[in-house]
Design a protein around this ligand. Structure first.
Ligand code: NI
Length: 186
Protein backbone atom coordinates (compact mmCIF):
# COMPACT_ATOMS: atom_id res chain seq x y z
CA UNK A 1 0.00 0.00 0.00
CA UNK A 2 1.33 3.40 -0.96
CA UNK A 3 1.61 5.74 1.99
CA UNK A 4 1.54 9.55 1.76
CA UNK A 5 4.89 11.21 2.41
CA UNK A 6 4.75 13.93 5.06
CA UNK A 7 6.21 17.20 3.86
CA UNK A 8 8.69 19.66 5.33
CA UNK A 9 7.03 21.66 8.09
CA UNK A 10 4.92 18.78 9.38
CA UNK A 11 5.40 18.40 13.16
CA UNK A 12 5.92 14.63 12.83
CA UNK A 13 9.31 15.34 11.21
CA UNK A 14 10.30 17.13 14.45
CA UNK A 15 8.82 14.60 16.89
CA UNK A 16 10.79 12.29 19.17
CA UNK A 17 11.00 8.72 17.87
CA UNK A 18 10.51 5.54 19.88
CA UNK A 19 12.44 2.27 19.73
CA UNK A 20 10.63 -0.67 18.16
CA UNK A 21 10.06 -3.96 19.96
CA UNK A 22 9.44 -7.32 18.22
CA UNK A 23 5.77 -7.20 19.22
CA UNK A 24 5.17 -3.95 17.32
CA UNK A 25 1.84 -4.54 15.52
CA UNK A 26 1.94 -5.35 11.79
CA UNK A 27 5.61 -4.38 11.47
CA UNK A 28 6.27 -6.55 8.38
CA UNK A 29 3.29 -4.98 6.60
CA UNK A 30 4.56 -1.50 7.51
CA UNK A 31 8.02 -2.35 6.16
CA UNK A 32 6.49 -3.68 2.92
CA UNK A 33 4.45 -0.48 2.57
CA UNK A 34 7.56 1.64 3.15
CA UNK A 35 9.43 -0.25 0.40
CA UNK A 36 6.53 0.25 -2.00
CA UNK A 37 6.28 3.95 -1.10
CA UNK A 38 10.04 4.52 -1.42
CA UNK A 39 10.36 2.81 -4.82
CA UNK A 40 7.22 4.50 -6.13
CA UNK A 41 8.66 7.93 -5.30
CA UNK A 42 12.12 6.94 -6.66
CA UNK A 43 13.81 7.51 -3.32
CA UNK A 44 16.90 5.69 -2.04
CA UNK A 45 15.84 5.85 1.60
CA UNK A 46 12.74 6.45 3.70
CA UNK A 47 12.46 6.95 7.45
CA UNK A 48 9.29 6.23 9.44
CA UNK A 49 8.68 9.89 10.46
CA UNK A 50 8.31 10.65 6.73
CA UNK A 51 5.24 8.41 6.63
CA UNK A 52 3.91 9.88 9.86
CA UNK A 53 5.21 7.30 12.37
CA UNK A 54 7.41 8.38 15.29
CA UNK A 55 9.38 5.14 15.44
CA UNK A 56 13.00 4.21 14.81
CA UNK A 57 12.61 2.46 11.44
CA UNK A 58 14.34 3.13 8.11
CA UNK A 59 14.44 1.45 4.72
CA UNK A 60 17.38 2.08 2.38
CA UNK A 61 18.18 0.91 -1.14
CA UNK A 62 20.80 2.94 -2.97
CA UNK A 63 21.43 0.20 -5.57
CA UNK A 64 20.14 2.44 -8.38
CA UNK A 65 23.14 4.74 -7.74
CA UNK A 66 25.73 1.95 -8.03
CA UNK A 67 27.08 3.12 -11.41
CA UNK A 68 28.17 6.43 -9.89
CA UNK A 69 28.74 5.16 -6.35
CA UNK A 70 29.87 1.48 -6.36
CA UNK A 71 29.53 1.31 -2.55
CA UNK A 72 25.75 1.56 -3.07
CA UNK A 73 25.59 -1.79 -4.91
CA UNK A 74 23.35 -4.32 -3.10
CA UNK A 75 22.62 -1.79 -0.35
CA UNK A 76 19.01 -2.81 0.31
CA UNK A 77 18.44 -2.94 4.06
CA UNK A 78 15.91 -2.42 6.82
CA UNK A 79 17.27 -0.56 9.86
CA UNK A 80 15.44 -1.01 13.15
CA UNK A 81 16.66 1.03 16.15
CA UNK A 82 19.88 2.07 14.35
CA UNK A 83 22.73 3.57 16.34
CA UNK A 84 25.13 5.64 14.33
CA UNK A 85 28.67 6.79 14.96
CA UNK A 86 30.27 9.14 12.47
CA UNK A 87 33.96 8.12 12.29
CA UNK A 88 35.84 11.35 11.76
CA UNK A 89 38.96 9.83 10.20
CA UNK A 90 38.56 11.59 6.87
CA UNK A 91 37.81 15.06 5.52
CA UNK A 92 34.14 15.97 5.13
CA UNK A 93 32.84 15.86 1.56
CA UNK A 94 30.22 18.21 0.13
CA UNK A 95 27.61 16.57 -2.09
CA UNK A 96 24.08 17.28 -3.26
CA UNK A 97 21.26 15.70 -1.28
CA UNK A 98 17.53 15.63 -1.72
CA UNK A 99 14.65 14.40 0.41
CA UNK A 100 11.22 13.00 -0.43
CA UNK A 101 9.80 15.31 2.26
CA UNK A 102 11.33 18.34 0.49
CA UNK A 103 10.38 17.88 -3.19
CA UNK A 104 12.06 20.03 -5.83
CA UNK A 105 14.95 21.07 -3.59
CA UNK A 106 18.55 19.84 -3.69
CA UNK A 107 21.41 21.31 -1.69
CA UNK A 108 25.01 20.44 -0.96
CA UNK A 109 25.64 19.03 2.49
CA UNK A 110 29.09 18.55 4.03
CA UNK A 111 29.45 15.19 5.77
CA UNK A 112 32.20 12.78 6.76
CA UNK A 113 31.50 9.72 4.62
CA UNK A 114 32.42 7.04 7.14
CA UNK A 115 29.97 5.70 9.71
CA UNK A 116 29.80 2.75 12.06
CA UNK A 117 26.26 1.45 12.33
CA UNK A 118 24.60 -0.88 14.82
CA UNK A 119 21.12 -2.00 13.90
CA UNK A 120 18.50 -4.74 13.91
CA UNK A 121 17.24 -6.09 10.59
CA UNK A 122 13.59 -6.93 9.85
CA UNK A 123 14.04 -10.27 11.71
CA UNK A 124 15.50 -8.48 14.76
CA UNK A 125 18.96 -9.89 14.08
CA UNK A 126 21.68 -7.51 15.28
CA UNK A 127 24.35 -6.17 12.91
CA UNK A 128 27.37 -3.90 13.16
CA UNK A 129 29.18 -2.63 10.10
CA UNK A 130 31.19 0.31 8.76
CA UNK A 131 29.89 2.12 5.69
CA UNK A 132 31.67 4.56 3.41
CA UNK A 133 31.03 7.01 0.60
CA UNK A 134 27.59 7.90 -0.63
CA UNK A 135 26.04 4.98 1.24
CA UNK A 136 27.40 6.41 4.50
CA UNK A 137 25.78 9.69 3.48
CA UNK A 138 22.37 8.08 2.83
CA UNK A 139 22.57 6.36 6.22
CA UNK A 140 23.36 9.67 7.97
CA UNK A 141 20.55 11.45 6.12
CA UNK A 142 18.01 8.78 7.12
CA UNK A 143 19.24 8.48 10.72
CA UNK A 144 18.92 12.28 10.96
CA UNK A 145 15.19 11.81 10.32
CA UNK A 146 15.01 9.79 13.56
CA UNK A 147 16.65 12.71 15.40
CA UNK A 148 14.16 15.39 14.34
CA UNK A 149 16.61 16.65 11.71
CA UNK A 150 16.32 17.20 7.96
CA UNK A 151 19.26 17.87 5.65
CA UNK A 152 18.38 21.52 5.11
CA UNK A 153 19.15 22.02 8.82
CA UNK A 154 22.82 21.43 7.87
CA UNK A 155 23.13 24.01 5.07
CA UNK A 156 24.56 27.51 5.46
CA UNK A 157 22.30 30.38 6.57
CA UNK A 158 22.79 32.02 3.17
CA UNK A 159 21.70 28.92 1.25
CA UNK A 160 18.82 28.50 3.67
CA UNK A 161 17.71 32.07 2.98
CA UNK A 162 17.83 31.38 -0.76
CA UNK A 163 15.48 28.39 -0.50
CA UNK A 164 13.29 29.91 2.23
CA UNK A 165 10.35 30.64 -0.08
CA UNK A 166 10.50 27.12 -1.56
CA UNK A 167 10.44 25.61 1.94
CA UNK A 168 7.53 27.87 2.90
CA UNK A 169 5.58 26.76 -0.17
CA UNK A 170 6.26 23.09 0.57
CA UNK A 171 5.04 23.50 4.13
CA UNK A 172 1.82 25.01 2.74
CA UNK A 173 1.44 22.07 0.35
CA UNK A 174 2.09 24.33 -2.65
CA UNK A 175 4.36 21.92 -4.49
CA UNK A 176 4.17 19.76 -7.59
CA UNK A 177 4.99 16.17 -6.91
CA UNK A 178 4.60 12.79 -8.65
CA UNK A 179 3.79 10.95 -5.41
CA UNK A 180 1.17 11.31 -2.66
CA UNK A 181 2.11 13.79 0.02
CA UNK A 182 0.69 15.16 3.23
CA UNK A 183 1.25 18.83 3.97
CA UNK A 184 1.18 20.19 7.53
CA UNK A 185 -2.11 21.97 6.95
CA UNK A 186 -3.92 18.87 5.62
NI1 NI B 1 15.04 12.65 3.77
Amino acid sequence: MLLPIYLYGHPVLRAETEEITPDYPDLQKLIADMWETMYNSEGVGLAAPQIGKSIRLIVIDGSVLADEFPECKDSKMVLINPELDVIEDMEPVSRAEGCLSIPGVSENVKRVEHVRLNWLDENFVEHEKDFFGFLARIIQHECDHLEQTVYTDHISPIRKQLIRSKLNNISKGKVRCDYRTKAPSK
